[in-house]
Design a protein around this ligand. Structure first.
Ligand SMILES: [Cu+2]
Length: 506
């Protein structure tokens, strides 16, 4: 050994790494690595009796509780594979996975077990990978001993000393990127005495993805390093994709069930404000520890690279929406799941809607319905006769009309009503529009086709019926007849109704 390699060896040993498993470089180890001081060198652990293969499950399933009362040797076989899968409808992503799934397969062992871990990297992988299990006490949480080139298998063993719910993830450089591509999952080290029995256990893991395209942009989306650096997630999801827990894939429970969720957060960057709309977590094992640390919790915080166990009873049937309560993530980036609870309604706990009454504020209190009606009539009269109120009314109608215009009409008639020469006639300063109010109303109700002449220019296109309601037609026509140099009066809902009724007969 020369000085340089001695130095490298010294640094590596300080870092707790073996030279063949450098977590900080992407270099694969030599093809035929000599057997490392493995099980033989460890001696015999008198606590360990027998051996078995771990049951691994795909989210949202959790392996069954461990009934055995002694420690054993548990063999875990986990395969890393890089696969293209659905991220959202029409959107694919090249996921790097533990077990072909995001999140990775759920591992359940018992406190005191000796875990013999076999990490296999599929031959089709482009990258070396490894695994850092937060349940491991040892350098790199196993990462140092599990660096595995494509087409190779690594083995290491650890004693599951600390009970709790732990995240595991890939820790191969660049670590952030490996995690961002889907390399994380949960391992539950069940306390010796077990957790109290429940009816249903589920595995829910949040994480986010950084894609070149914006949310929903179709096709195979590559990873976006800049967005990841800025923590600008395009997708925030439960169980690896948009809709993984929605519709037929919703979690299922029955009224009266006690439900336990093993919740993880793979990150790589964002915290999760984990919430189930319409439920209260009556027990929370905060941060995935084994003590119930809080009761009656609405939203629990799950850190990146962390977990929580939450429990609740189901009392009322229905659909319960699971969200990251950072709500734009839930409703705009995918962090939304569902739990469907079936069974008999429980009116003592939740009544459902009992009354839908008209509410008119304090002045209507104690008054009969007649009073409300006469008030409404008075208001209408005041609006009609008071020019100030009338003007205010017009502002509101213009505002509404503008909204309709920018949603529906501008695509053809252009933002400033200028139209498109020879194809879409102008609305700005249109003689056709201003000449006949009723005709304009009818053109929106029924659509317009055949030759029309606007400001001396002939058009012969098709405008489909607008599908707007009477109020929207009134407001948008008010808007276009009072914008871009047009000067008209208000088009009222009554006028639209009348035109509607008359044109229906034709
Ligand atoms: Cu990896």
């Amino acid at each position: 050994m020369n000085i340089k390699s001695l130095l490298t060896a010294a640094v590596a040993s300080v870092l707790g790494l073996t030279l063949t498993s450098n977590v900080f470089s992407a270099e694969p180890p030599p093809a035929a690595a000599a057997p490392l001081p493995g099980p033989a060198a460890k001696g015999v652990d008198p606590e360990i009796v027998g051996e078995e293969k771990a049951v691994l499950t795909i989210a949202p399933n959790v392996p069954p509780p461990i009934k055995r009362k002694h420690s054993t040797k548990v063999r875990v076989d986990l395969e890393v594979i890089e696969v293209v899968k659905r991220m959202a409808d029409g959107v694919d992503y090249l996921f790097w996975t533990f077990g072909g799934e995001v999140p990775g397969l759920f591992i359940r062992v018992r406190e005191g077990d000796m875990v013999e871990f076999h990490l296999k990297n599929h031959p089709t992988s482009k990258m070396p990978h490894n695994i850092d299990l937060h349940a491991v006490t040892g350098p790199g949480g196993g990462a140092a001993s599990s660096f595995t080139a494509p087409g190779h298998e690594s083995q290491f063993s650890f004693k599951a000393i600390n009970p709790g719910l732990y995240v595991y993830h890939c820790a191969t450089a660049p670590v952030g990127m490996h995690v961002a591509n889907g390399m994380y999952g949960l391992i539950f080290v069940e306390p010796k005495e077990g957790l109290p029995p429940v009816d249903k256990e589920f595995y829910v893991m949040q994480s986010e993805f950084y894609t070149k395209g914006e949310f929903g942009e179709e096709g195979l989306q590559p990873f976006d390093q800049d967005k990841a650096l800025d923590e600008r997630a395009s997708y925030v999801v439960f169980n690896g994709s948009v809709g993984a827990l929605v519709g037929d894939k919703a979690l299922q429970a029955k009224v009266g069930d006690r439900v336990r969720l093993f919740v993880g957060n793979g990150g790589p960057n964002l915290l999760s404000s984990f919430h189930v709309i319409g439920e209260i977590f009556d027990k929370v094992y905060q941060e995935g520890g084994i003590k119930v640390s809080q009761e009656q919790v609405q939203t629990t915080l799950v850190p990146a690279g962390g977990s929580a166990i939450v429990e609740f009873g189901t009392n009322v049937p229905g659909t319960y929406v699971i969200v990251d309560h950072s709500l734009f993530r839930a409703f705009n980036k995918g962090a939304l799941g569902m739990m469907k609870v079936t069974g008999e309604p429980n009116l003592l706990v939740y009544s459902g809607k009992e009354v839908d009454a008209v509410y008119l504020g304090e002045s209507a209190l104690g008054g009969a319905e007649g009073k409300a009606a006469s008030m409404e009539a008075e208001m209408k009269k005041a609006i009609a006769t008071d020019p100030k109120i009338a003007a205010m009314g017009k502002d509101i109608i213009m505002e509404k009309g503008k909204r309709v215009y920018t949603q529906v009409c501008f695509a053809c008639h252009m933002p400033e009503g200028q139209g498109l020469a020879g194809v879409f006639p102008p609305l700005a300063k249109s003689d056709w529009l201003m000449a006949d109010k009723t005709r304009a109303i009818v053109s929106l109700i029924k659509g317009l086709s055949g030759p029309v002449t606007v400001n001396g220019q002939a058009y012969n296109g098709v405008m489909p019926p607008s599908m707007l309601n009477d109020e929207q037609i009134a407001s948008v026509l008010t808007y276009v007849r009072n914008s871009w140099g047009n000067n008209g009066d208000i088009v009222t809902v009554e006028e639209v109704k009348k035109a509607h009724a008359e044109s229906a007969g034709q």
